[in-house]
Write a protein that binds this ligand. Structure first.
Ligand code: HAM
Length: 412
């Protein structure tokens, strides 16, 4: 028996978990600001939900989905994404009469991918879904939320890329034209793209292969196949983003790897993370609610990978709040425990009594990654009730009377 993680999974703890909690707090704040309510759907879903909606020919379903038959011979999947489960939940909870509804979710997703930095087999997503409207303002509100989210996290190296796939009808026309062109250059395409040509030709557009990219310069353009209404709709989205001061780049090669999209799709990308540079991805999906037997209304949403966002946080983003209370000898323990108790219970200030066989060990356990300040109690402090508060973040020490300690800690 090897005591190891399953490849592509990891334990969340320490600094990374602190970053997750920090990100989660921002998610709750932003969800409240924009009026999204939380939903927690199961990790297990019928595989069919993803096969039908994400698409049987997509990598996610075809190659990466964890799928098994349970003891009742039901085909079950570990959810590879959160959008189809949210729509399933809308229908199974009879909520489709109350549309529009705005949901957000956080949780583990599973994809059997080749693990690397920022790409795991068990990873965590936060997603926001605006369900039950085709109106362009919902695209804009959700993109605005995504940008606000990135800014609140203090991330500065990012770019919003956007594209319109048009309606499913114009997208199908475009697909045919693209496939015809790609067939004409098929033997020059990379091996990967030749396979994709059979299964999922649109994905060839975001091939990173140089030769493919050269060939794509002559390929038909998606914007040429948009009908007038689609173009007008997309223009409204873009104009609205501009009016909100949100810069964007139109990326005509942005098609997304899931089948359910049409109309506006977007990604927020960064150069900081190399190949795994997509922080946020989403777009409009207008058929899913109806396909799951709900009304014929559209939806718009996105998801972000928490591992990737955590990698983007500045080291100083998560500032510890806790006070470490250290005694030089056991005779000061009662006083130290009382002090910790008062700080926690009367003032809501996190405080910990530090264990250790001597002061050296205790100081070693007082990491600035966990504690904001440290207070050492010896003979002098005990007698005078004047404490030395050391700020572990900037190493400055201040003498404070113990009665004034709570207000000092709250303000410093
Ligand atoms: P997605 O592009 O498959 O879209 O994933 C969204 C985000 O999840 C990615 O941009 C990335 O940050 C993160 N992610 C995906 N796979 C991994 C992985 N193996 N390891 C770490 N992070 C990963 C969706 O899932 C759609 N449901 C998004 C959406 C919501 N569209 C509309 N609503």
């Amino acid at each position: 028996m090897k005591y190891q993680n399953v490849r592509g999974t990891h334990d969340l703890l320490g600094e990374e978990l602190q970053k997750f909690e920090y990100i989660e707090n921002i998610i709750y704040k932003i969800a409240k600001l924009y009026g999204f309510q939380e939903i927690r759907t199961p990790i297990l879903e019928f595989a069919e939900i993803f096969e039908k909606n994400v698409g049987e020919d997509t990598d996610i379903v075809n190659k990466e989905m964890y799928i098994f038959k349970d003891k009742n011979e039901e085909k079950i999947a570990l959810r590879p994404e959160g959008t189809a489960p949210v729509v399933r939940a809308l229908i199974s909870n009879g909520l489709s009469h109350n549309l529009p509804l705005k949901f957000f979710y956080m949780g583990a997703m599973f994809r059997y991918e080749r693990p690397q930095k920022g790409r795991q087999r068990q990873f965590h997503q936060v997603g926001f879904e605006y369900l039950g409207t085709n109106h362009y303002t919902s695209d804009v509100e959700v993109i605005n939320l995504a940008i606000d989210f990135i800014k609140k996290l203090g991330i500065t190296d990012y770019q919003l890329q956007i594209n319109s796939l048009g309606s499913k009808t114009s997208l199908n026309v475009y697909k045919k034209e693209l496939v015809a062109y790609l067939h004409s250059v098929e033997n020059k395409l990379s091996a990967d793209s030749q396979i994709r040509l059979q299964k999922n030709p649109l994905r060839i557009l975001d091939s990173k292969n140089e030769q493919d990219q050269k060939l794509l310069q002559q390929a038909p353009r998606i914007s040429d196949s948009l009908i007038k209404e689609d173009k007008e709709e997309f223009t409204k989205v873009l104009e609205s983003l501009t009016s909100l001061g949100i810069p964007y780049t139109i990326n005509e090669k942005l098609v997304r790897g899931l089948d359910y999209y049409s109309h506006s799709v977007f990604e927020i990308v960064t150069n900081t993370l190399g190949a795994q540079g997509t922080l946020i991805a989403g777009g409009r999906y207008n058929d899913m609610i109806q396909e799951m037997s709900g009304p014929q209304v559209g939806a718009f949403g996105f998801a972000a990978g928490l591992e990737r966002l955590a990698l983007m946080l500045q080291p100083q983003a998560v500032v510890p709040e806790s006070v470490a209370i250290i005694t030089k000898a056991d005779e000061f323990n009662h006083y130290a425990l009382q002090l910790a108790n008062t700080l926690r219970n009367k003032y809501d200030i996190p405080a910990q009594y530090i264990l250790g066989k001597d002061i050296k060990v205790k100081l070693k356990r007082t990491s600035p990654k966990i504690f904001k300040t440290a207070i050492i109690i010896g003979e002098n402090e005990y007698n005078t009730k004047i404490l030395t508060v050391k700020n572990l973040q900037n190493n400055q020490s201040t003498k404070v009377e113990d009665a004034k300690l709570p207000s000092f800690l709250q303000n410093n």
